[in-house]
Design a binder for this molecule. Sequence first.
Ligand SMILES: [Zn+2]
Length: 218
Amino acid sequence: MTDALTSPTPGSPVQFEVSTRVPTVHGTFEMRAYRDLVTGAEHVAIIAPMPDGAAPTDGALVRVHSECLTGEAFGSLKCECGPQLDAALDAIAVDGGVVVYLRGQEGRGIGLINKLKAYRLQEDGLDTLDANLALGLPADSREYGGAAGILGDLGLRSVRLLSNNPEKQRQLEEHGIIVTELVPLVVGVSAQNSGYLDTKRERMGHVLPERLGAETRR
Ligand SMILES: [Zn+2]
């Protein structure tokens, strides 16, 4: 782990800036802030100690979570990011682990305005993937080099990844992080986002149960 006010580790895509303890409704966490040297974004690692009080080590539970203003701050029901973040923080509060919160990744990396443009197209019947493509944007432009750099700074080479997204696992592994297990995170399913989740399963390779939220569609 690097200390405050040091130069970045040679070759690391992130620079550690500060660490502080923050009490939250989920528990009291260590928050370590990083500057992404590739994108300029400010990321934060939210860290909970293991049940024995030690810092998370290899095999710890880790969520790599992309910022979602609409879902997390406004409670939008068009995605399940808010409940996923809450569930991930609750999970690490119990088991120990890390939530790597990546800024600058709104709308799978297309930005807030483009995300709302895609929502507008979805009002005309396009799904989440086709809406991005209709705007000339990639289906998913997130990049996980920064997340891997943060995990590396924390001394984590292998993780149990809280995610339904095998592509996220593949990208982290491409950056040298070993994912020993994909731990499902299926929360926040609602009538408003069951179609969105169907698209994630059927067209984007996410591991999600069939007929998700079927009972909410009646
Ligand atoms: Zn979201």
